[in-house]
Design a protein around this ligand. Structure first.
Ligand SMILES: [Zn+2]
Length: 274
């Protein structure tokens, strides 16, 4: 499932391709992908709208349109955005096509159907609860030591469960939580409220560190994720623990242990994570 670094990679690439361009059409093949509005309203509203900016919040991509609305895209588990020449054959499970004024089109395909698309003014989408309330952005100045301390101290959940909660910190998922916990030397199953001050500081530093490195590698392709150009992320081979259960820890050589925390497969080093 794409997490912050993968979504950031796609958003940055989209920015380069879409800003200054204008949508000249819209086609929805599977109305279920649209959370808001209904397909007929969507296909009426998008054509003629120019893109003035692209940004990311949590795992959501926002294409800011020239009338103040946002085209909001969430990749779900297997969603994939491409910019394609209009003549090229769409892949199977292409649910949305939005032609651009330069002869290409934005396409959204998704085999598992957890991806979602919204269109509207952001405050309206939030008001309608189509967009969830998201927690602090881990790469923003708002992700301060004080704020992170407060978030961890007030929950008795496991560190992993707390960090998976998008209302606490936005954009993290299974891969980068395991990686950050390993870098910080903390077991993902530890109760967040029981971390020491020093451990909280280590985790607070580890989260942006693992995210920034992964963004520099254009994300991690473990199975489905591909970027806008259908290329794989390069971070896979630098993962320290995720997907490496049963293999030796790259730091200390101990055999990495695979467990389930917060309902998710979790890998940690029994020797260097406490
Ligand atoms: Zn180790």
């Amino acid at each position: 499932m794409p997490e912050l670094p993968e979504v950031e990679t796609v958003a940055r690439d989209l920015s380069g391709e879409l800003v200054g361009r204008c949508f000249v059409g819209a086609w929805v093949g599977r109305p279920g992908i649209l959370r808001f509005p209904a397909a007929d309203a969507f296909t009426r509203a998008l054509p003629g709208r120019g893109v003035v900016g692209v940004s990311r919040r949590g795992k959501y991509i926002f294409c800011h349109l020239d009338d103040g609305q946002d085209l909001v895209l969430h990749l779900g588990m297997t969603g994939h955005l491409t910019i394609a020449g209009r003549g090229t054959e769409p892949v199977r499970h292409t649910h949305l096509r939005a032609p651009l004024d330069d002869g290409r089109e934005l396409r959204f395909d998704d085999t598992r159907r957890f991806g979602r698309v919204l269109l509207g003014p952001r405050d309206l989408l939030e008001e309608l609860r189509q967009l969830p309330v998201l927690g602090v952005e881990p790469l923003s100045p708002e992700f301060s030591r004080e704020r992170f301390d407060a978030l961890m101290r007030r929950t008795t959940r496991a560190v992993k469960a707390a960090l998976l909660d998008q209302r606490v910190v936005a954009g993290l998922g299974n891969i980068y939580i395991d990686e950050a916990c390993h870098l910080a030397g903390i077991r993902p199953s530890r109760r967040a409220s029981r971390l020491t001050r020093r451990e909280r500081a280590a985790l607070h530093a580890a989260i942006p560190a693992v995210l920034s490195r992964a963004i520099a590698d254009r994300g991690t392709t473990f199975d489905d994720y591909r970027d806008l150009w259908n290329a794989r992320g390069l971070h896979h081979e630098r993962l320290q623990v995720y997907g490496r259960g049963g293999e030796p820890c790259l730091r200390c050589g101990a055999i990495l242990r695979r467990t389930v925390v917060a309902g998710r497969t979790t890998v940690h080093c029994p020797a260097c994570q406490r």
